[in-house]
Design a binder for this molecule. Sequence first.
Ligand SMILES: [Mg+2]
Length: 181
Amino acid sequence: MAQNNNLRSKSKQKTNNNKSKYIFDLDLTLYSENDYKDSDNQDEYYSSFKPKYLLGDLLKLIKGDKFILTNANIPHAKDVLAKLRLQNIFKDIIASDIAGDEYKPDPSIYHIANHEFKIRNNDTVFFFEDSLDNIIAGKKFYNWKGVLIDPDRKKKPKHADYLFNTIEDAIIFFIAKEKFD
Ligand SMILES: [Mg+2]
């Protein structure tokens, strides 16, 4: 019995030191092809985004810090997040224009994000992406756990840790995971 208690307190300590952090790609990860209309006309394009109220409510239920890591630029990221009504959820954004025009899956932008987001060695990072190549790079450079968002895939590819068809399904899973881990 005494031994049991001892084990329990050890695993609790481990949980307290080990923070989960969540990094999200923006385009076609936080919204899908159904949430906007592709157009060469900028006004038409930006005004076509639909608010993602359910996603916003779900994201707020995740306690760990949340960040954006996008190959787009900061003005695009801010515009789209505002249109999606997700603008107050993320602690920081790294985009290609502030990363010296570096793009995922090249290493520099991952190094910048890891530094700016103050990721520590014992943090567990979950990286949400629609691009498997970007997930593979995050795993290679920093052992980020890859959460692939793909509406069409039925089977998780080897290089992703998780597969969900929608971002909402993914977030519901991680809310539960935080509660019960
Ligand atoms: Mg994307």
